[in-house]
Design a protein around this ligand. Sequence first.
Ligand code: FES
Length: 151
Amino acid sequence: MAFAYSEKVMDHFTNPRNVGEIENCSGCGTVGNAQCGDIMRVYLDIDDNRRIRDVKFKTFGCGAAIATSSMATELVKGKTIQEALEVTNKAVMEALDGLPPVKVHCSLLAEEAIHAALWDYAEREGIVIEGLEKPKTDIHEHETEPEYALA
Ligand code: FES
């Protein structure tokens, strides 16, 4: 089935920003999309002023997940933790000039993974981030790589 994607979605899909890993990240979150089973991991590098110095992502998600993650990472980079919390999947979709309705769920992966990474950071730092809820779908283990079923 073909979908009508905006030029911005196509740009971020074909040339995604911030793909990769951050060694010794400040916080890292891995989430699974309940609707399709795809997986996303986000790495954050947060400085002493609690500002996001760098962010990277990796995903097994679809093109819409890649494009929304690319845009979401662009939007949170350089932001404070509180500002990053305001970057919702709706804000990401608006920045991409929209997504086809059947692909909206894909945009949740980035938001949830960023929140999971912030939660991981808060736990490591022993702080509470106001307005941040414990991620429901975090499958991140500090020492263990998640197991991916490739069947
Ligand atoms: Fe799974 Fe898009 S269909 S992330």
